[in-house]
Design a protein around this ligand. Structure first.
Ligand SMILES: NC(=O)c1ccc[n+]([C@@H]2O[C@H](COP(=O)([O-])OP(=O)(O)OC[C@H]3O[C@@H](n4cnc5c(N)ncnc54)[C@H](O)[C@@H]3O)[C@@H](O)[C@H]2O)c1
Length: 334
């Protein structure tokens, strides 16, 4: 396609993340929102009307319409494999939300077809595109702190999801930690060992469905660098997202984003109210937009840093390893 032409995008799914993508697609100078599909067709119609797109309840209709140059898959995880396959069959590049699936066998069954097709499939690991995390990554790559020896990620959600979500989530490692596992791979490359432990300390849903609300992981890269990940399904200080990377030349740190910059200084001290953002949509708003910029390059056949199907698979392998490590108490070697 012409580099100057706008990429006509079909959006599959108009739930929480689908609406974020819809706004970003419409706001992206290189994209236009052409079609929207959701079996909850009122949702599809509402989003389509907002951005002057067409609506349908059928994802297949959009993928095979011949009226889209790219697809963004933002429907529930169990639909992803089938929809990626439909995109590959139709020769339409896709950006699919994470995770590809909860079952590595289903991912592997599609793997060879995706690789052989030459159709670009990107994964929605948006955190790679967070401006602060991306700057840390750039500085590491440019050698500012030397070879990375240690990294640590803290990721805590403000509050647990409903119990019926936990029941089908695939567990905290595949649902939540998967973002952090991708970030560890982004910084450290291939991972050789995974240790993990988990507890259900406060969430009835996690307890009821045999999941954890509190986990800690240690990973060792093929080069021997070590990473830790701490996750919790609750946080009294809002959405808690921090990262640090340490090497012989120093430390790069990203602390929590403040939700506002107001502080009150009085004789009693300095008070800062509501210092943290409350949810992923606000914290990663820039990342979701930049993720699309990178997908534009991929669709146009230009050099792109979009995470791939293989990145999605590798993160799921690590999530499975963490689950196994927690259940057995043994370090999993990959
Ligand atoms: N990258 C991120 O930060 C991030 C954040 C949230 C969710 N996600 C991922 O995005 C996906 C969707 O999550 P959500 O929270 O937006 O879910 P959601 O339940 O809010 O929305 C899903 C929407 O998809 C629709 N849908 C169901 N089946 C469909 C089909 N076959 N075709 C088209 N639409 C269909 C539903 O009607 C619903 O409107 C999940 O895979 C989730 O893991 C990623």
């Amino acid at each position: 396609m012409l580099a100057s032409a706008k990429i006509r995008v079909g959006l599959i799914g108009t739930g929480r993340i689908g609406r974020v993508h819809a706004a970003n697609i419409a706001g992206n100078a290189s994209m236009s929102l052409a079609w929207v599909a959701d079996p909850f067709v009122d949702g599809a119609r509402e989003v389509a009307a907002t951005y002057d797109a067409s609506a349908t309840e059928s994802a297949t209709e959009v993928i095979t319409s011949g009226e889209v140059d790219a697809i963004v898959v933002a429907s529930p995880t169990p639909t992803h494999v089938t929809l990626i396959e439909a995109c590959v069959d139709a020769g339409v590049p896709a950006l699919c939300e994470k995770p590809i699936d909860l079952d590595i066998e289903r991912v592997d069954a599609l793997r060879a077809k995706v690789a052989a097709s030459g159709v670009a499939v990107a994964l929605g690991f948006n955190q790679r595109f967070d401006p602060s995390f991306a700057e840390v990554h750039r500085r590491v790559r440019e050698g500012h702190i030397g070879a990375v020896e240690q990294m640590s990620i803290v990721s805590r959600d403000p509050s647990p999801p409903p119990a019926d979500y936990i029941a089908v989530s695939g567990g905290i490692f595949r649902d939540m930690t998967i973002h952090d596992l991708d970030m560890v791979r982004f910084f450290l490359g291939d991972i050789a060992e995974v240790s993990a432990t988990g507890s259900a300390l406060f969430d009835e849903g996690a307890r009821k469905h045999g999941d954890f609300d509190t986990v800690a992981l240690t990973l060792k890269s093929a080069h021997g660098s070590i990473a830790t990940i701490l996750n919790s399904r609750h946080s009294a200080i809002g959405y808690d997202q921090r990262l640090e990377v340490f090497g012989p030349g120093g430390l790069l740190q990203v602390s929590n984003s403040p939700s506002n910059l107001v502080s009150a200084s009085t004789p009693l001290g300095v008070e800062i109210r509501r210092p943290y953002v409350e949810n992923f949509i606000d914290r990663y708003s820039a990342a979701y937009a930049r993720e699309l910029d990178e997908f534009v390059k991929l669709v146009r056949g230009q050099d792109s840093t979009s995470p791939t199907f293989e990145d999605g698979r590798a993160a799921l392998v690590l999530a499975d390893a963490a689950q196994r490590a927690t259940e057995t108490g043994a370090t999993v070697r990959l």
